[in-house]
Design a protein around this ligand. Structure first.
Ligand code: CMC
Length: 428
């Protein structure tokens, strides 16, 4: 290897592959000619070493626990910014001026409603339906009501489709909550900002005067910011992959929602609370569950622990842990689950199994405790994650389309049967 290329010796020949530079972090070997030149492909299960794209949206350094949105460290963004500004930043690449911010908010508010027919759709789901399944279906169905947002090719049309989805998606998330709670559907209120509007759509009761609780709105804002983007994670890669076939934005995001649902990804926030409740019911024996997680014959894993990229700490978990303490204190809530979570963290972080594998609490470990304190039911937690991740999905989808990334189509190493002749059923 020289500084800017890698040499592969194979079959008596030397092949050179250029190194693609980064501004920070991993540099990549460009192997786009590998198969043509050598007849070989790479095999990288779970894409642990594979860069799927060149991006300038989000950077994360797993060894040092750093996360930047468009270059701004997550700690500064979480402390000083608000969710709407973060959406603008991710979508456009820079922080907005006050005029740009006002214009952006106005653009979103233009679509602060959802077609009445969509309400009929949500009515037909059983109340027991998992909100993530409902959300994915409704997001895909939005396409039918907004056909102009399907086939967008110019940057202007993409931004327009983005405004539409950002506005309407908050309704769909609030509606899945109301459905779960057996409450009638609320509509948007243009006098409020994005997060306040979402909060009101979720929590307004027909029999009570509504008032915004600044502690709750502030907590929601922070949680949404912390989930807003995380480079090429499973759901974002799904959105990019689906979108690479030039599938529309809404349908691509609907696929991302399904990917996020899984317990190894966003569904972990629900799984964490269920795990903490189970440990509590079982007498709070934390050490027993740490042992179970270490046992290779037991399928149990410590949910909310470990991360594909962070191998030191997850900076979002650090912020969320502190926020959980603050919010529970200011709402005057005591939650046994928080005690169990703290004990679990303490025991695991001193255990050789977790230390040697660099397994630390991730963003999902403490987020559920905050959602629970805000009165959000467990099955809704991943919907909250989806609302937070929406700007990331849209920004990555837009970048992929504007960069003209080719359709995603991996290869495989085939180990199945060789060619063989069909055998009639009566002769098998
Ligand atoms: N509990 C017990 N052991 C674990 C855990 C855990 N939570 N996570 C990883 N390990 C072990 C794993 O068994 C393996 O051990 P060994 O080397 O002996 O075979 C080693 O650590 C490496 O794990 P891996 O599964 O190869 O790592 P990965 O990068 O493929 O998976 C992960 C990352 C997040 C899927 C995994 O750590 C996990 O399943 N964690 C629990 C689910 C979770 O909290 N997911 C949320 C992730 S963060 C937010 C998001 O992405 O949405």
């Amino acid at each position: 290897m020289s500084d800017n290329k890698v040499i592969l010796n194979y079959d008596g020949k030397a092949f050179e592959y250029p190194i693609i530079e980064s501004t920070i972090g991993d540099r990549g070997i460009d192997i786009s000619k590998l198969r043509d030149q050598t007849g070989l492909i790479t095999l990288d299960l779970g894409y642990k070493n594979t860069g799927a794209t060149i991006s300038d949206i989000t950077y994360l350094d797993g060894d040092n626990g750093e996360l930047y949105y468009r270059g701004y460290p997550i700690e500064q963004i979480a402390e000083k910014s608000n969710f709407t500004e973060v959406i603008y930043l991710l979508l456009n690449g820079s922080l907005p001026t006050s005029d740009q911010f006002a214009g952006f908010e106005k653009g979103i508010k233009k679509y602060n409603f959802v077609a009445d027919e969509m309400k009929r759709l949500i009515d037909v789901f059983p109340r027991s339906a998992h909100p993530m399944g409902v959300l994915s279906s409704l997001t895909s169905a939005l396409t039918a009501f907004n056909p102009k947002a399907v086939d967008v090719t110019s940057k202007e049309d993409m931004d327009h489709a983005a405004e539409m989805l950002i506005a309407k998606f908050s309704h769909l998330c609030a509606w899945t909550y109301r459905k779960k709670m057996g409450l009638s559907i609320n509509h948007g209120d243009d006098s409020l900002n994005y997060v306040e509007n979402f909060y009101k759509m979720c929590f307004r009761r027909p029999n009570q005067e509504f008032h915004l609780d600044p502690v709750v709105v502030g907590a929601l804002d922070k949680l949404l910011i912390l989930h807003a983007d995380h480079e090429q994670n499973c759901s974002t890669s799904t959105v990019r992959m689906v979108g690479s076939a030039h599938t529309g934005l809404f349908a691509s995001v609907s696929a991302g929602i399904s990917a996020l649902w899984g317990p190894l990804h966003g569904g972990a926030n629900q799984a964490v609370i269920e795990m903490l409740e189970m440990i509590e019911k079982d007498g709070g024996n934390v050490a027993k569950y740490v042992e179970k997680a270490k046992n290779k014959d037991d399928n149990f894993r410590l949910m909310g622990f470990g991360h594909r990229v962070y191998k030191n700490f997850d900076p979002r978990a650090t912020i969320i842990k502190k926020a959980a303490d603050d919010i529970l204190n200011s709402l005057g809530i005591e939650d046994k689950a928080l005690d169990i979570a703290r004990q679990l963290e303490r025991v695991a972080l001193e255990d050789e199994y977790f230390v040697s594998r660099k397994l630390y609490p991730n963003v999902d470990f403490y987020s559920g405790i905050i959602y629970r304190a805000l009165g959000i039911p467990t099955e809704m937690f991943t919907v909250m994650f989806a609302l937070g991740r929406l700007p990331g999905w849209i920004s990555q989808w837009k970048e992929m389309r504007l960069h003209n990334d080719p359709i995603g189509r991996p290869r495989q190493v085939y180990q199945g049967a060789q060619k063989r002749d069909y055998v009639e059923m009566n002769q098998r």
